[in-house]
Design a protein around this ligand. Structure first.
Ligand code: NAP
Length: 281
């Protein structure tokens, strides 16, 4: 008897560029799992109906991406603690009509940092650049992993202050202007760019000056298109350890995959699928 195929999906707007369908579907094939992942272009005005559709159609779960990660929370039955803290949901699991929201971006980044670099999170002075959704996920991950010395900088200082307020009592964040944060360049052990500066098509833009960054500072960029931003290339050329956003992307997907299927995907194989689809190395 053939098992019926269970549907999974992605809600975003736009979604045509997404690498998630290829990454998940290929892995379902490798593991012989009865799932199919489909990207759905959901306009903001249709989000509520789309979420109702998850229940109505018995869709097992979806990923949620820009611009719906925050708005979707109001339509769910429950939001897990980490997602609540991040203030955004990127994964929904449907258990017989009961929808729970999770955020796997935070785990995706921390797993990538721990598994792909030599970072000592507790003992490091860490600079986080940016105060958007990705920064929230990174800060939540750093907090969960016991980081104690974290500085935050952002173009809009108001947004950075607002974010630091959210972490009050959990993570003692120093909020610094760019000028002040740059003046401390020779002190960071880890620098994490969470802004979109350097992302395709604006690949020449750099989020941070490289002067006086220590040679043993680990430089991380959440961007994975291009795979290596101009800033990471520059830090690579200087001999610094670097981390691009591909590991985070694949691991957030792997964490969602586990929640929907109770099976463990092969992260390396998923990474290769994404690389093939990026036409990359
Ligand atoms: P977001 O919420 O829109 O935040 C964007 C951030 O970039 C803000 O801090 C913003 O500063 C800053 N920024 C944008 N343009 C700028 C400019 N011209 N000059 C200075 N700062 C600028 O976006 P997000 O969801 O956090 O995503 C940010 C990046 O992370 C994107 O490149 C995204 O692709 C990447 N990302 C990667 C993964 C992964 O799996 N690897 C996951 C999530 C996100 P202001 O606050 O001053 O506007």
């Amino acid at each position: 008897m053939t098992e019926s195929i269970k549907l999974l999906g992605l809600f975003g707007h736009p979604v045509h560029h997404s690498l998630s369908p290829a990454m998940h579907n290929k892995e379902f094939g490798f593991l012989n799992l009865p799932y199919y992942y489909q990207a759905f272009d959901v306009a903001p005005a249709n989000l509520k109906e789309a979420v109702s559709g998850i229940r109505a159609l018995g869709i097992r779960g979806v990923n949620v991406t820009i611009p719906h990660k925050v708005d979707v929370m109001q339509y769910l039955d429950e939001v897990e603690e980490h997602a609540e803290m991040i203030g955004a949901v990127n994964t929904i699991v449907n258990d017989n009509g009961y929808l729970t929201g999770y955020n796997t971006d935070s785990k995706g980044f921390m797993d990538s940092l721990k598994e792909e670099t030599t970072a000592d999170i507790k003992g490091s002075k860490i600079l986080v650049i940016g105060a958007g959704g990705a920064a929230r996920a990174v800060l939540t991950g750093l907090w969960s992993s016991g980081a104690v010395d974290v500085c935050l900088t952002n173009r809009s200082m108001e947004k950075a202050e607002h974010l630091a307020e959210k972490f009050r009592g959990k993570l003692a964040l120093k909020v610094w202007s760019k000028e002040k944060a740059v003046s401390q360049n020779n002190e960071y052990d880890i620098i994490i760019n969470t802004t979109s500066l350097g992302m395709s098509p604006n690949i020449e833009t750099k989020p941070w000056p490289s002067d006086r960054i220590k040679s043993d500072c680990i430089c991380c960029d959440l961007i994975y298109n291009p795979l290596e931003t101009t800033w990471l290339q520059e830090m690579d050329a200087k001999g610094n350890e670097t981390l691009n956003g591909l590991g985070m992307f694949v691991r957030q997907g792997a964490a969602s995959f586990e929640k929907w299927t109770d099976s463990y995907p092969d992260v390396q194989r998923m990474k290769e699928t994404v690389l093939q689809n990026l036409g990359g190395k």
